[in-house]
Design a protein around this ligand. Structure first.
Ligand code: GTP
Ligand code: GTP
Ligand code: MG
Ligand code: MG
Lengths: 292, 279
């Protein structure tokens, strides 16, 4: 773990008043390496390490505390702060249904997360959710959401005229007339570099004006996290992130990259395949995980 | 990087960044860079981009593409391919693409829908079977996947199919019960037909980072992976972790997925791949 690595490097600091000079060089190189191994993007790791070095340079060695421990605390605290300090809740509308749009790369967990969100809203939050299946491309995508909706007792609006925009529009209208208070729109997975598909999302956003656009990202994504998140954010200004498959053993450094590059908070984490496996985001826990 | 540039430390740093951004991982990227630093000392003539390409290719040797030597090994028994991997990587779509390719090459294909767990998984493969024009064996939702695998292989052998492609449910490698389920599927196939599965393809999402290495290790332990498929390389990801996997486990990349359609599968070409790392 990072703690042991620092103990080794910084044993020489005992008794010194300041962490400085080449000690910081060695330590920050170790942090950078650990972050890269955790899938943090190259650029984000570099910027983060520079900030940590700056804070460390001025720091006094805490009496009785191993320099390594203090250094890790600086890293840990900065990481927690970057990840968003505390939990960012879902934005809910004051009048008319809240519209939540799920977007992201192929296979990230959008359809499953849409259903999980519906379950959370219906159950713990006592609301009346409505699901809209706007993935008109993937074989049996609509059926997948329909099965999940049926298991939850949540209605699922099916595609109209093989047109995602029309489906979104009519789905919202149906939800309004049925007095549902939350509409969750599932969209097809797509590449951020697919111009036509990204424009489809832009049109849906322009028309429906969602209260939340959630970028659903697979927690095991590597360096591509920044490329995808940056493009999705530039085009859609997504308001939150769902980080999925955290029941795996990936370090999840992509969360740090996505947050650093877009400023959007992680609002939920997916922690399993069952529909109850959606948890609010705990920055402390993810920081521990990224640091290994 | 430009072919006219001389190799100095600044240039090597830049190269390392490119390799890291391609998900090679710290150790593999360092290995390529230090290998290059050495070569440049003894070789002033070879153009830089050739040198880099050779360093990367060295990591991929020996490797082969998806063109598996066929009929002579199998007589009148089907070749059985088991497709595995973590959730959402593109297994079902890859199975469909492989089926289409085999059919195009004149073989009778049987698809086996052994993902009996996920919502609409069987329906998804069924649609693909229809589009590819191949047969499908399925069972009721919630059936034992090993039983479906057995029934599928059985039916294929009875009806004289030449290739059996078994699609399995996505599963995270740290879930012991799911990995032992996979081990059971493998054993059941080999009991029905000694030597089966002849290929076990681990499907890796091309956007996956360092976690792909643990995936490869643990899936290999559970089910004897014989080759990799790297999907979603039509995006901006480069799947560089495949180099580290090949280094450590000797697993070759057999195929790459380059889109969501039936035709979007290509045999792995190491030279094209090495060059694409810099695009
Ligand atoms: N273990 C685990 N699996 C998950 C989680 N979230 C989703 N999955 C699985 O990941 C796979 C992909 O999930 P989907 O919901 O189909 O992903 P998607 O983003 O809708 O996929 P596309 O619509 O094709 O882009 C499925 O096997 C899900 O069961 C999670 O938090 N943990
Ligand atoms: N762009 C692109 N998308 C792909 C590729 N391969 C698969 N996909 C997409 O990735 C998503 C997931 O594909 P699936 O075939 O359902 O993945 P899976 O591994 O079977 O998923 P689970 O069974 O849920 O674990 C779908 O939206 C596919 O269309 C590829 O090579 N390129
Ligand atoms: Mg989906
Ligand atoms: Mg599948």
């Amino acid at each position: 773990a990072l703690q042991e690595r620092f103990d080794g490097i910084l044993r020489s600091l005992k008794g010194q008043a300041k962490i400085s000079g080449s000690n910081i060089e060695d330590a920050t190189r170790e942090i950078r390496r650990a972050l890269l191994e955790a899938d943090v993007s190259v650029q984000v790791a570099r910027d983060f390490v520079a900030r940590v070095a700056e804070e460390a340079r001025g720091a006094e060695v805490l009496k009785g505390v191993l320099p390594g421990q203090q250094f890790v605390k600086i890293v840990h605290d900065q990481l927690v702060e970057l990840l968003g300090g505390q939990n960012a809740p879902l934005v809910l509308a004051t009048g008319g249904p809240t519209v939540i749009m799920m977007v992201g790369l192929q296979g990230s967990g959008k359809t499953t997360s849409a259903a999980k969100l519906a379950k959370l809203l219906k159950g713990k939050m006592g609301r009346r959710p409505f699901l809209v299946a706007a993935d008109i491309y993937r074989p049996a995508a609509v059926e997948q959401l329909a099965v999940l909706g049926r298991d939850l007792g949540v209605p699922v609006f099916r595609p109209v005229d093989n047109d995602a925009l029309k489906t979104a529009r009519l789905g919202l209208a149906e939800a309004q007339s049925g007095h549902f208070d939350t509409v969750i729109l599932d969209t097809a997975g797509r590449l951020h570099i697919d111009e036509g598909m990204m424009q489809e999302l832009e049109r849906i956003r322009a028309e429906l004006n969602p209260h939340e656009i959630l970028f659903v990202a697979d927690s095991m994504i590597g360096q591509d996290a920044v490329r995808a998140a940056r493009d999705f954010h530039q085009r859609l200004a997504f308001t939150g992130v769902v980080l999925t498959k955290l029941d795996g053993d990936t370090r999840g450094g992509a969360a740090m990259s996505i947050r650093a590059v877009t400023g959007a908070p992680v609002k939920f984490t997916g922690t399993g395949e069952k529909l109850d496996a959606l948890e609010p985001f705990h920055p402390e826990r993810l920081a521990q995980r990224i640091l290994g | 990087l430009g072919t006219g540039r001389r190799v100095d430390e600044a240039m090597l740093d830049e190269l390392e960044e490119i390799l890291l951004s391609a998900d090679l991982g710290v150790d593999t990227a360092e290995r390529v860079v230090s290998g290059l630093r050495e070569r440049v000392k003894h070789d002033a003539d070879t153009p830089l981009d050739r040198l880099i390409e050779e360093e990367v290719l060295a990591l991929l040797k020996p490797t082969s593409s998806g063109l598996v030597p066929q009929a002579e090994n199998f007589g009148d028994q089907p070749r059985v391919v088991l497709v595995v991997g973590v959730n959402g990587t593109g297994k079902t779509t890859t199975v469909a693409k492989l089926a289409a390719r085999e059919k195009r090459e004149g073989r009778r294909v049987m698809l086996v829908a052994a993902d009996t767990f996920r919502a609409a998984a069987v329906e998804q493969l069924e649609i693909w079977a229809g589009r590819a024009g191949v047969d499908l064996v399925k069972a009721a939702h919630g059936a034992d996947p090993a039983a479906v695998a057995f029934d599928g292989l059985n039916a294929a052998m009875a009806r004289g199919h030449q290739v059996v492609l078994v699609d399995t449910a996505g599963r995270l490698h740290n879930k012991k019960n799911l990995m032992s389920e996979l081990d059971k599927i493998t054993r059941v196939l080999s009991r029905r037909l000694p030597g089966a599965p002849h290929e076990v393809l681990l499907v890796l999402d091309g956007t996956t980072g360092q976690n792909a290495l643990s995936q490869a290790r643990i899936f290999t332990e559970a089910t004897g992976v014989t080759g990799l498929v790297l999907t979603k390389l039509d995006g901006t990801a480069r799947g560089g972790i495949a180099l580290a996997i090949h280094q450590e486990l000797g697993l070759p990349v057999r195929w790459i997925g380059v889109g969501e359609g039936l035709e979007d599968l290509e045999p792995f070409d190491p030279s094209l791949y090495a060059r694409a790392l810099f695009e």
